[in-house]
Design a protein around this ligand. Structure first.
Ligand code: CAO
Length: 409
């Protein structure tokens, strides 16, 4: 079966997480992704290694289905070869520190001249303005995009979330931009510049917190568990602060992840009050409506917890879902990696790597009926040099050997 992005060649100048997460999705959607690496390789190949001298899981889990070539972009010969690669590519993606590609000599003006159809996507920490030249990592973006100030408990410090919204969250925004640019190129024949800033992507994901910032002008946020409000949105623990109240309540046997997140929609109140052994609360005017419960959500979740603590989270999941009550047990990473339904959905996938053997990775969450994804191993450093340089660019074998000897590839 063909793939959605078959025939699209991506020059992947990305490293670490944000950029590689984007190009991995493009590869899964069928693009030919050629990762262009310095001779030392993407730094993550050697970071957080679990097995000596073998590409780390950090690298292998973010670079599946790609090819790898090495190229010294600071050599004159390297720049010539890169020029040829640009001419033969549809998309170029990079997430170097600000100005790095310009310093390599490849400005947007030059890239357009070399290939007017090129879509050139960049991920940076920030947009134009005072922070443009600053480098950024995941939690920097969480800090400056609204996530950290709104995550955690009221009486504690700002907290980073485990979800990599700054890196992989930005990566998926970049994918959306690249796909849109490919569609537009189909109409105009022209490439374009796609830029995504990590701060902007996190802010986009924190959109509802800016909703609440503006609601504050009209009084306290009744859906929040907090009692006092200043003029900024507070950290609200496990309350989403959304239209339907929810909280993580404890379950048996009381371990760190023995919790279930329960949401009380209006129709859920009658079955919940019955389940927790307080059927009289169903019609009690003090409890019967969402408005009546709003000023005692802490008490409501306490009552639910006094019931849930008697069962394990899987029992509670079944009991609540029997009444169509939205809830989710807090799943540990161990539970996730062993979850058979995630395996069946190709979300937990085992891949064979030529040096490390089998490893487990997270599959593609985007499912297309006519473009199935088969997760394949990440490439070894420079594994495809000969394929790309000799067979596809037509570099003669003796020049290829010379380029290797001179440290160009
Ligand atoms: N050949 C020769 N040189 C190469 C090369 C190649 N193939 N590929 C990269 N380089 C060089 C670049 O030219 C650059 O050199 P100069 O600074 O001398 O111009 C250098 O390697 C890369 O610099 P960098 O700033 O990207 O790398 P860093 O480790 O200092 O910073 C990071 C890393 C992530 C902070 C920075 O890249 C960044 O801010 N990126 C944008 C935001 C981002 O994506 N952050 C998320 C990272 S994932 O948590």
């Amino acid at each position: 079966m063909s793939k959605a992005l078959e025939g699209v060649r991506v020059l992947d100048m990305t490293h670490v997480q944000s950029g590689p997460s984007a190009t991995q999705i493009l590869a899964w959607l069928g693009a030919d992704v050629i990762k262009v690496e310095a001779l030392t390789g993407d730094i993550t190949r050697k970071q957080l290694r679990d097995i000596p001298d073998v590409d780390s899981l950090y690298f292998t889990m973010l670079n599946c289905n790609k090819r790898s070539v090495t190229l010294n972009m600071k050599s004159a010969e390297g720049k010539k070869i890169f020029t040829e690669l640009v001419r033969k590519s549809d998309v170029m993606v990079e997430n170097f520190g600000p100005g790095a590609v310009d310093r390599m000599g490849f400005t947007w003006d030059l890239l357009q001249e070399l290939n007017p159809g090129l879509i050139y996507a960049s991920i940076k920490g920030f947009g134009d303005g005072p922070y443009t030249h600053y480098k950024a990592y995941e939690v920097v973006a969480q800090a400056m995009g609204g996530s950290m100030s709104t995550t955690g408990f009221e009486d504690g410090p700002p907290v980073a979330t485990g979800a990599q919204i700054g890196d992989s969250g930005t990566g998926i925004h970049a994918v959306a931009g690249i796909l849109a640019a490919l569609v537009q190129r189909g109409q105009t024949g022209k490439g374009q510049r796609v830029t995504v800033a990590m701060q902007h992507a996190v802010l986009n994901l924190c959109r509802v917190k800016l909703r609440d910032q503006q609601r504050l002008a009209h009084g306290p946020l009744a859906e929040y568990p907090n009692k006092e409000f200043s003029n900024e949105v507070p950290r609200s623990g496990n309350a989403s602060g959304g239209g339907q109240p929810g909280w993580a309540v404890k379950c048996k046997p009381g371990g760190p992840n023995d919790y279930i997140y329960v949401i009380v929609q209006p129709p859920g109140w009658a079955p919940i009050s019955a389940l927790i052994g307080r059927p009289e609360l169903t019609d009690d005017p003090e409890w019967a409506t969402p408005e009546a419960r709003l000023n005692k959500l802490d008490k409501m979740f306490q009552l639910i917890e006094e019931w849930s603590i008697n069962y394990d989270k899987w029992d509670v999941l079944a009991k609540l879902n029997a009444h169509n009550i939205p809830c989710g047990p807090i799943l540990s990473t161990e539970e996730l990696i062993e979850d058979s339904s995630l395996v069946e959905n190709d979300m937990i996938v085992t891949v064979d790597h030529p040096e490390r053997g089998a490893f487990t990775t997270v599959g593609c969450p985007i499912k297309l009926s006519d473009s199935p994804v088969a997760v394949e191993t990440s490439p070894l450093l420079g594994e495809h040099n000969e394929d790309v340089y000799v067979r596809e660019l037509g570099i003669a074998p003796d020049r290829f050997a010379e380029l290797q000897k001179n440290g160009v590839i």
